[in-house]
Design a protein around this ligand. Structure first.
Ligand SMILES: O=c1[nH]c(=O)c2[nH]c(=O)[nH]c2[nH]1
Length: 319
């Protein structure tokens, strides 16, 4: 949240600025064992952007109705759209820092900007090859995806007058993963409040949001440094670890995912998880002889977990 020196919250801005940029610079990233993802053509580089500004000098716009320093939020929207066209890089983080730095350069009375973007994912589609043999990716037609998506957020302020990225966070949200067998939950506190039976093989459905921060923001903004961490590889590590392990709880599962992510990406300072337990409710249980089961959606209320990890966790875990 953007605040003045006095501690008073003050900001205004525009949300849901939809920017469908075509033919941005292609992204290429280093391969990791858990993922086939090595980049994006960025033929469609589209985002839903939220942009807010703050300044000591905007106080009178609230207290006296003085609009003399108010950049209309409609103009902000135009600024974002026009400069999305000028962006020469290939990452969401780079786009946000480019637009916000330009804005602070253009309007020197703005002290701080807070902005975020959800990437709007479009997936490639296969079409019959003109040669008549096999399929190939269409370079023209894409499918809008409503699955998990990447996001980034950051706050800029001024240092010696120049805009600098003060804090940032990248994420993948709305991951929804089911493992049909190989998860348990037992050994928890049993007392007069306990009704949950122990489970030795539950169909574990989790909703997961994962957030990360770089040690050096430049690695996120400029993929040419070769240390960009794509949300797609974070996603693929997550389902690999889920696949590999017999989890005794969601708590331990996300810790193991975090260890793997921090191992793969030493350029990350911190990783944070927010998970939600949506374990399917069992209607017809499976047996050793017959693996078929029938399950239904769990009823609220839902359990959740939150956990933050840093590179220190790799040292203490002895990996
Ligand atoms: O993985 C889990 N962790 C819990 O803390 C918990 N609590 C609960 O009721 N089910 C589960 N599952």
């Amino acid at each position: 949240m953007l605040k003045l020196r006095s501690g008073r919250t003050l900001y205004y801005g525009k949300g849901d600025v939809l920017t469908y940029r075509t033919y941005a610079k292609p992204l290429s990233v280093t391969a990791i064992p858990e993922s086939a993802y090595i980049g994006d053509s960025n033929v469609i580089f589209s985002h839903n952007i939220t942009f807010a500004v703050s300044s000591e000098q905007l106080l009178t716009s609230f207290t006296e109705g003085d609009n003399s320093l108010v950049v209309a939020t409609d103009s902000m929207k135009n600024f974002i759209l026009r400069h999305t066209a000028d962006y020469e890089g290939s990452t969401t983080e780079g786009l946000l820092s480019f637009i916000s730095t330009k804005f602070m350069d253009r309007y020197p009375h703005i002290d701080a900007v807070e902005l975020s973007a959800d990437r709007i994912p479009f997936q490639t589609l296969e079409v019959a090859s003109p040669s008549g043999v096999g399929l190939e990716q269409s370079p023209l037609v894409y499918r809008r995806s409503h699955n998990d998506h990447a996001s980034a957020s950051m706050k800029l302020n001024r240092k010696d007058g120049a805009p600098v990225v003060d804090t940032h966070e990248c994420s993948i949200t709305d991951l929804q993963l089911i493992k049909v067998s190989g998860s348990s939950f037992y050994g928890f506190v049993r007392d007069e409040y306990t009704t949950l039976p122990e489970s030795f093989d539950r169909p574990l459905f989790i909703f997961l949001d994962i957030y990360w921060k770089y040690d050096q923001f430049g690695d996120a903004a400029d993929a040419d440094q070769g240390r960009y961490v794509p949300a797609e590889q974070i996603r693929d590590i997550t389902h690999n670890v889920f696949h590999e392990m017999k989890s005794p709880s969601i708590q331990f599962l996300i810790y193991q995912v975090g260890l793997r992510i921090l191992t793969r990406f030493p350029q990350l300072l911190e990783i944070r998880f927010e998970s939600n337990n949506r374990t399917w409710e069992t209607i017809v249980d499976n047996t050793e002889a017959d693996p078929a089961g029938v399950y239904t959606e769990p009823r609220p209320p839902f359990g959740f977990q939150g956990f933050t990890m840093t590179q220190e966790d790799l040292i203490t875990d002895g990996e």
